[in-house]
Design a binder for this molecule. Structure first.
Ligand code: F6P
Length: 319
């Protein structure tokens, strides 16, 4: 293999730049040329592709977003779109591809492999919802962003003796909610993986108030439903003054944490190693701090589950 491509796809995540840098530098270290594909699968179809040099990825390791830009591309879900993408790869003489993104991006990578084009997936998403890796690139940074926000909300919640509902991202996964709730001592954490009962939420709040608690923080994962609706419901059922904050896309930005930069560097380099050793249709990941690889198809079919021990702990500590 003499020339590979790299793209970022789906929702951007802090640390994607560090992963791109690792792919480019590791490949060039092994005398392999690297082409950057811009705007994810969209740019693959349209041929928005440029050669990257060592200097192309200088000064990006600490930046959020992705220098290659990203997109959600409906056309690439079709056979026709996939064929157009492979034509472009062939036109540029690219022999292997690294795809950095979440599960939607991995589905694209799987399709390319099925069509005979060697592709390796690097998990990059703030949602931490990819099976086959303990952490995805961007999760740690987003988690810290959420925690900083909740710390600030806690200040005003105490001053005004209010109940606060904070809605966090995560799509169908509750990791951001669970981890931030545990890290911030939230009174209640609602995640899509565990059914909740509004009566329990209300009783817990009332019990807290009886013990003299003046304010409460409730973290709602977006996959559970609208934080605004849940906040309204809580106010009606408790008559506690309630405010709702939807953190939104602030969670996707910012300079990656040290942990995300290191993870991205390790996973990006490992993806190149796999391509060079003739692997395809694999994803790289980290399990118990060791680099691993799995078939993308297995990772996609297993799906994501919440850490039950951590969920139980969050319940026990927030009595
Ligand atoms: O997958 C990352 C993510 O930020 C999810 O947490 C969220 O549900 C989604 O992307 C939002 O997507 P968009 O930026 O396309 O609105």
């Amino acid at each position: 293999m003499k020339r590979i491509g790299v793209l970022t796809s789906g929702g951007d995540a802090p640390g994607m730049n560090a992963a791109i840098r690792a792919v480019v530098r590791k490949a060039i270290y092994h005398d392999i040329e690297v082409y950057g594909i811009y705007q994810g699968y969209q740019g693959l179809i349209s041929g928005h592709i440029e050669k990257l040099e060592l200097g192309s990825v200088g000064d990006i390791i600490h930046r959020g977003g992705t220098m290659l830009q990203s997109a959600r591309c409906e056309e690439f879900k079709t056979l026709e779109g996939q064929k157009k993408g492979i034509e472009q790869l062939n036109k540029f003489g690219i022999e292997g591809l690294v795809v950095i993104g979440g599960d939607g991006s991995f589905m694209g990578a799987q399709k390319l492999t099925e069509h005979g084009f060697p592709t390796i997936g690097v998990p990059g998403t703030i949602d931490n919802d990819i099976s086959g890796t303990d952490y995805t690139i961007g999760f740690d940074t987003a988690l810290n962003t959420v925690i900083n926000a909740i710390d600030k909300i806690r200040d005003t919640a105490t001053s005004h003796e209010r109940t606060y509902v904070v809605e966090v991202m995560g799509r169908d996964a509750g990791d951001l909610a669970l981890w931030s709730g545990l890290a911030d001592g939230a009174e209640t954490i609602l995640v899509p993986e565990v059914d909740y009962n509004m009566e329990d939420v209300v009783n817990r709040l009332k019990r807290g108030a009886e013990r003299g608690k003046k304010h409460s923080i409730i973290i709602v994962a977006e996959g559970v439903g609208s934080g605004v609706d849940i906040g309204r419901d809580i106010e009606e059922k408790t008559s506690f003054e309630t405010r709702v904050t939807v953190l939104g896309h602030i969670q996707r930005g910012g300079s990656p944490t040290a942990s995300d930069r290191v993870l991205a560097s390790r996973l990006g380099a490992k993806a190149v190693e796999l391509l060079l050793s003739g692997e395809e249709g694999k994803m790289v990941g980290i399990e118990k701090n060791a680099l691993v690889s799995h078939d993308i198809s297995d990772a996609l079919s297993r799906g994501h589950s919440i850490d039950e021990e951590m969920y139980r702990l969050s319940q026990e500590l927030s009595i």
